[in-house]
Unconditional design. Structure first.
Length: 324
């Protein structure tokens, strides 16, 4: 049995044949289920202009969910620093932390949250993508503003990363790191070593702290898990082919889809580093990842079409992790 805090990342899937309003409702149903199951945190991701994922601001989702659940820590996984004024992010999350003491996290990330260039430029008010130096400056400014706004309680800040560069920012600012193993698993081990080697203690953390996020789909049979995960595999394959703006397909449409040999190879390499299958398979995969990374906390993301099937996966995975 895995002995770590267990958390979840919500990416707000807009299922084929549904609306963004339905996706919002599903988010809240999932939050209630995660709270009932005793998950530690629930973070909301920032996305824009996507047919498959809702454009719901993490701060708003965290605020609503904090008011309608108990126990769960809520936050951003993450709010994307280049898209926002640092003082605005600080004010929003300091307000949330004061309204909901000891329950709010501020996960900060870098990407634009969209593959649509006009939307990315609109988020930046026409500016070019942030450089490494600009990103680090934005994160540092956000932390400084948290201390200056003087509202009351403070959120717990985390730095989201999927590369060595992100790991270096987290280490230099003394932040806990949430690593996106579910996006770039090939980068995980080297980046976490760099983070631990370069970590500088700060008021935010006196030692390195590592959360690892893993794509996790657990079902009663291997075949069912593969069926549930296949729609997201189609989204990944489309991204690999340079066609990221795809709707999230139904399981029936996904079953009829045929991958190219190149896509099959790339997806197979990715799946081998995630956690997909029955309870035994998922437990073994998560255990390997935890042991390899030395993670202090485990976060799962479960991008499947059916909300009941997501909830079943949440429950099966919860039974694999020791309750705190």
């Amino acid at each position: 049995m895995i002995d770590l805090p267990l958390s979840a990342l919500e990416v707000s899937i807009v299922e084929a044949g549904t609306t963004p309003a339905d996706a919002l409702a599903n988010c809240q149903h999932s939050a209630q289920e995660l709270s009932r199951l005793g998950y530690h945190r629930l973070w909301f991701a920032e996305h824009h202009h996507s047919l498959a994922i809702g454009a719901f601001p993490p701060a708003l989702l965290a605020a609503h969910t904090a008011a309608t659940t108990t126990g769960l820590r809520l936050g951003s996984g993450g709010v994307l620093a280049p898209n926002h004024a640092p003082i605005t992010v600080a004010e929003q999350f300091a307000t949330l932390a004061t309204l909901h003491p000891d329950r709010i996290d501020l996960g900060i990330g870098r990407g634009p949250g969209t593959f649509h260039e006009p939307t990315a430029r609109a988020l930046r008010r026409g500016a070019d993508p942030a450089t490494d130096d600009e990103y680090r400056s934005d994160v540092a400014a956000t932390l400084d503003h948290l201390l200056d706004v003087g509202i009351g309680e403070l959120p717990e800040p985390w730095l989201l990363a999927s590369s060595d560069a992100g790991a270096e920012v987290a280490a230099s600012l003394g932040l806990p790191i949430a690593f996106a193993h579910h996006i770039r698993p090939d980068n995980t081990l080297a980046a976490l070593k760099r983070y631990r080697d370069a970590f500088r203690p700060s008021r935010w953390s006196d030692a390195p702290r590592v959360l690892v996020c893993v794509e996790t789909v657990c079902a009663d049979t291997e075949e069912r898990a593969a069926e549930l995960a296949r729609p997201m595999d189609i989204i990944k394959a489309a991204i690999l082919q340079g066609h990221p703006d795809q709707p999230f397909p139904t399981p029936a449409a996904a079953a009829a889809h045929r991958f190219t040999a190149e896509e099959e190879q790339a997806l197979g390499a990715f799946v081998a580093q995630q956690a997909r299958g029955t309870r035994d398979t998922v437990e073994a995969a998560l255990t390997r990842i935890v042991e390899a990374t030395g993670a202090d906390e485990l976060m799962t993301v479960t991008p499947v079409h059916s909300t009941p099937d997501r909830h079943r996966s949440f429950a099966l995975v919860r039974d694999l992790v020791r309750r705190g």
